[in-house]
Design a protein around this ligand. Structure first.
Ligand code: ATP
Ligand code: MN
Length: 431
């Protein structure tokens, strides 16, 4: 008989099925042994009743420890009170392995203890729900762009030069060619691809060697970066809004059980509907000053500043037109005020802060060359990039959204480390 998965049990009421999985919990009450089995798709209570299975099998079932691997067959009964809504009346059972004493018990453990055992921690209900939501977000992100005529074109992971200076890059020796750096953004490559395909996106791992020990920084994370030829700043903001509304909607629609496992209050997620508020950097500064935060015009917002700004709104807020001095060289200046860059950040509500950074790009050759000089970047490294402004330059825009920050917000997590299957942080590279 072939395996049935726990999330398919509703199709098998009153028939006999085979479940393959692991013991999550067990409770013995006289002639009854209750085994809670998980199989990756859900959990199900399996009832071993001595008169039904006989003395030998019953005794064997009493030896099952947490995480022991087994194959069970029995009849599916609907039971509204049971977790998952079904129960199995066990007829036979094959033990694959009696697990050694499992280090992660239902009691509370310290975060370092769990992080060190991430390979096992993944089995816990909470972690399971988070990674399912992560998967749904990835699928939704791809579906969004694939369904709107975008072509997926990934940038390289080994890059010859920094996008925005070298301070936050991981470097490695690259044969006879000197140093290579792990990518911190595919944007420049996405720009080249947009000039070939019009609408493109890249989606891949991104590396930042910044020494940020915060609840929002990983050294390795995934970023999705759309880039669109002929989009201006407003088109870029429209795209970001549309995109966030879609991906959050998909999680609400398809992952409600997981959100429930996480005890996520979805009120704010239900609010993620266009139009989002749009405020300028100047207006964001005013919010901080009104709250008597010591903030000087021209500085970048720190994590707490973003938290305070985002708490003013019931849905994501777009902040546009930042001082050009704090933004990357490739961002186009505001034609109405040269001190400002046509940049946007999207801050997630509930204090989560920046999840998207983007801009309209500088499309003028001379201005871009000046900017590269002013930022003291090596001109030779950008020759190919400057070609894009020599051969049919057009206005264009794009942004980068960090997957893990988005997962953290959607799941309502305190720390980004739980959003990655095997997170990499400045103080952790194992397991
Ligand atoms: P921050 O100022 O919060 O460190 P950033 O401005 O350096 O972020 P960008 O270069 O704009 O980030 O990158 C685009 C997006 O990538 C960010 O909006 C965020 O979602 C994500 N991101 C950036 N750095 C990290 C990181 N270290 N860990 C996880 N996600 C990140
Ligand atoms: Mn940013």
């Amino acid at each position: 008989m072939s395996q049935t998965y726990i999330n398919e049990l509703s199709n098998h009421i009153d028939s006999t099925v085979v479940l393959k999985g692991w013991v999550y919990n067990s409770t013995n009450k006289g002639k009854l042994n209750f085994l809670v089995i998980r199989d990756g798709t859900g959990i199900c209570q399996c009832v071993v009743f001595k008169p039904n299975v006989g003395e030998e099998l019953f005794q064997k079932s009493l030896t099952l420890t947490q995480e022991s691997s087994i194959i069970i067959s029995g009849k599916v009964k609907e039971d509204k009170r049971a977790p998952g809504g079904f129960e199995i009346d066990v007829a036979s059972m094959e033990i694959i392995q009696i697990a050694l004493e499992y280090p992660i018990s239902p009691k509370e453990h310290g975060i370092e203890f769990l992080a060190e055992r991430r390979h096992l921690w993944l089995r816990s209900a909470r972690q399971h729900a988070i990674l399912r939501i992560r998967h749904e977000l990835i699928r939704a992100m791809r579906d969004f762009f694939d369904g709107r005529g975008f072509t997926l074109i990934d940038g390289p992971i080994f890059t010859p030069a920094a996008c925005e200076g070298t301070s936050t890059l991981f470097e490695t020796e690259y044969f006879d060619l000197g140093k290579a750096y792990l990518t911190q953004s595919s944007q420049l490559y996405a720009e080249a691809a947009a000039m070939a395909h019009g609408k493109v996106y890249s989606f891949g791992p991104t590396f930042r060697a910044e020494k940020s020990k915060t609840r929002r920084h990983l050294t390795e994370f995934w970023m999705i970066e759309p880039e669109v030829a002929f989009n201006d700043l407003n088109d870029n903001m429209d795209l970001a809004e549309d995109f966030l509304e879609y991906i959050v909607g998909r999680v609400l629609k398809n992952k409600s059980a997981e959100l429930q496992t996480l005890e996520r209050d979805t009120k704010f997620l239900q609010n993620v509907k266009r139009p989002f508020p749009r405020i300028s950097y100047d207006e964001a500064v005013k919010i901080l000053l009104k709250k008597e935060i010591a903030f000087e015009w021209g500085n970048d917002f720190g994590g707490t500043d973003e938290t305070i700004i985002s708490q003013e709104f019931d849905r994501p807020v777009l902040v546009h037109r930042y001082p050009s001095a704090i933004k990357a060289f490739y961002m186009k200046r505001d034609p109405e005020n040269d001190k400002l860059a046509l940049a946007i950040d999207v801050l997630a509500p509930e204090g989560y802060g920046e999840i998207i950074g983007g801009s309209q790009r500088e499309d003028d050759l001379t201005k871009l060359e000046e900017r590269i000089k002013k930022h003291k970047l090596p001109m030779e490294a950008f020759n190919w990039y400057l070609d894009l402004r020599k051969y049919g330059t057009v206005p264009h825009s794009g942004f980068g959204l960090g997957l893990e920050r988005t997962v953290s917000w959607v799941c309502g997590l305190e720390h980004i480390r739980e959003t990655s299957p095997f997170p990499r942080m400045i103080n952790r590279i194992t397991p």
